[in-house]
Design a protein around this ligand. Structure first.
Ligand SMILES: Nc1ncnc2c1ncn2[C@@H]1O[C@H](COP(=O)(O)OP(=O)(O)OP(=O)(O)O)[C@@H](O)[C@H]1O
Length: 256
């Protein structure tokens, strides 16, 4: 099987700070890759660099698209990049306000992505929006409500529906359960786990929460000061951490 995404020696500096230092990994179809590390370790920068939201200094990012073309994202023209983001990729923001349009209804938030990719039939768009509300376990009756009337957990579900409606192959998630109550987090994680399986999604999931990666990610990268200090299967890395930093992370969650 060919990787869906390959990151080669990606480096990103902010002045003297090396936020990402020669990061390399491959992501295979249907795989969830967790990226864990404390605040400032470079997780969000890596995710943004992959999404083309921050320019990188050196390295390459290659993506194999639906038509089986190998695309070099660093040299991809801006319009093609934007189109890829709307169709084959999705980005789940930690703050739902960054991923949703708060001034339009829940249905319009979902429908807008379909309009973006060329759907024009209003009735069909509404039917799709209703189907996706139900997939993310939001009541049909909320379709005409503004997201600002939703709870934090509901807004995150709506963000998932807005992204998944165009059936992306690769979803990037930055602390998707951050800032939510523990019980709301648990329900959202269950939903995410079932969506990842049923839709065969490939996911890069950034979090500082070991519980989240244990539940969702098969593979794990541990980042410290911009470098990957440990990588491997999640259970192996967490049950038998080799690097002192990973040991410290694991111990910190064992002793509350
Ligand atoms: N726009 C920026 N300008 C300058 N420095 C930045 C910028 N964004 C990030 N950094 C620096 O790069 C390093 C990595 O930051 P990054 O936000 O990627 O870490 P993180 O692991 O995602 O942290 P958090 O979990 O707090 O979001 C930090 O030292 C941060 O101060």
């Amino acid at each position: 099987m060919q990787p869906l995404l390959t990151v080669h020696q990606l480096t990103k500096r902010y002045g003297d700070i090396c936020a990402c230092d020669r990061i390399a990994f491959s992501l295979y179809p249907g795989q969830v890759l967790g990226i864990i590390g404390e605040s400032g370790s470079g997780k969000s920068t890596l995710l943004k660099a992959i999404a083309g939201q921050v320019p990188i200094d050196t390295g390459e990012i290659q993506y194999r698209d639906r038509a089986d073309n190998l695309i070099n994202l660093r040299t991809l023209a801006e319009p093609q990049h934007r189109q890829l983001m709307k169709t084959e990729w999705g980005f789940v923001q930690q703050n739902p306000g960054d991923g949703l349009r708060l001034g339009v209804t829940a249905g319009a938030n979902i429908g807008e992505r379909l309009l973006d990719v060329g759907h024009r039939h209003y009735g069909k768009i509404r039917t799709e929006a209703l189907a996706w509300l139900s997939q993310v376990e939001l009541p049909d009756g909320r379709i005409d409500d503004l997201p600002s009337t939703f709870s934090g957990g509901m807004q995150q579900r709506l963000q998932l529906a807005r992204i998944l409606v165009t059936r992306p192959r690769l979803v990037l998630m930055d602390e998707p359960t951050g800032g939510l109550d523990v019980s709301v987090q648990a329900k959202l994680l269950d939903l995410m786990r079932s969506l990842v399986r049923t839709l065969h999604l490939s996911v890069i999931l950034v979090t500082h929460d070991i519980g989240v990666v244990r539940l969702l990610a098969q593979r794990l990268l541990v980042m410290q000061n911009g470098q990957v200090v440990e990588a491997g299967l999640t259970d192996q890395v967490l049950d038998d951490p080799h690097h002192p930093y990973t040991q410290q992370l694991v111990n910190a969650t064992l002793t509350p």
